[in-house]
Ligand binder design. Structure first.
Ligand SMILES: NC(=O)c1ccc[n+]([C@@H]2O[C@H](COP(=O)([O-])OP(=O)(O)OC[C@H]3O[C@@H](n4cnc5c(N)ncnc54)[C@H](OP(=O)(O)O)[C@@H]3O)[C@@H](O)[C@H]2O)c1
Length: 248
């Protein structure tokens, strides 16, 4: 199926690793111009850019710390100067720290909310004028935002906020821009494996209908689909991609 994405310009935060990197490669396969956001790992972002080019597409890398509004504004200004307006924004950058509910410090709470909720909101707000008419925004939430998570309550609360922000933004920006969200379950990435450490080895076998964790490409393909004109009637949705962890 032709997703109608050829030539579209895409910005992906957290494109230097895991789900974001797989998403960059997947958009490249559709012929998109891919701007790969990174925070600390510039060399990983360059490796993904090489991979985008090997697939016959082009793009760039861009440093954006989503926990810092000045960094967001500077990066978006640079993108507009070098690439013009964009068609698709994937707000994917995120961070988790595993700390039981009763032991989260004020600093840790604020840092996790800043990266996973404040940053995506500021990024959206600052990108509205950068997005072309007919554009699409995809937020990356988590199954934790639906179920709660006593071992990382700050992260779960932020992701629940993202699911709700998706609905507000979808209502506020339609029909000029479509806003949607995905809620992945455990995925084989550096963050996913950190979060899993300390859990039962047979967690997937016990809790998931799929009996295994997701590969980043399985999340990326859904992001690319809902960003595309092929999903033109999907507004304000949160798509579960959790191997059957939660059914609703
Ligand atoms: N993996 C899972 O099991 C899972 C499940 C549900 C939801 N998710 C969500 O999926 C998204 C991607 O996670 P992942 O598993 O692919 O993680 P990952 O492989 O650990 O990659 C995290 C990415 O986020 C970037 N990042 C971290 N802090 C940042 C900041 N302050 N500003 C900008 N970028 C920042 C990192 O950039 P640098 O490396 O360049 O610093 C990296 O590219 C996150 O929103 C996460 O919450 C993941």
């Amino acid at each position: 199926m032709d997703l109608g994405l050829k030539g579209k310009k895409v910005l992906i935060t957290g494109g230097s690793s895991g789900i974001g990197a797989a998403t960059a490669e997947c958009f490249a396969e559709e012929g998109c111009h891919v701007i790969i956001g990174f925070n600390n790992n510039q060399s990983a972002a360059n490796t993904i850019l090489d991979s985008v080019r090997r697939k016959g597409s082009d793009g760039a890398i861009c440093q954006i710390d989503v926990s810092d509004i000045v960094s967001i504004q500077k990066a978006l200004r640079e993108i507009e100067t070098s690439h013009g307006k964009i068609d698709i924004l994937v707000s994917n950058a995120g961070k988790n720290i595993v700390t039981p509910l009763e032991r989260v410090t004020n600093e840790e709470w604020e840092a996790i909310i800043s990266i996973n909720l404040n940053g995506p909101y500021y990024l959206l707000r600052e990108s509205i004028t950068l997005l072309n008419e007919g554009g699409s925004v995809i937020f990356v939430a988590s199954v934790a935002g639906e179920t709660g998570a006593p071992h990382h309550p700050h992260y779960a609360a932020a992701k629940a906020g993202i699911i709700n922000l998706t609905k507000s933004a979808a209502r506020g920006l339609a029909p000029r821009i479509r806003v949607n969200c995905i809620a992945p379950g455990m995925t084989v990435t550096p963050m996913g494996m950190d979060t899993m450490s300390g859990r039962d080895k047979d967690y997937a076998e016990k809790k998931l209908l799929a009996k295994r964790f997701a590969e980043p490409q399985e999340i990326a393909k859904t992001i690319v689909f809902i960003a595309s004109p092929a999903a033109s009637f999907i507004y304000g949705a949160t798509i579960d991609i959790n191997g059957g962890r939660e059914l609703r």
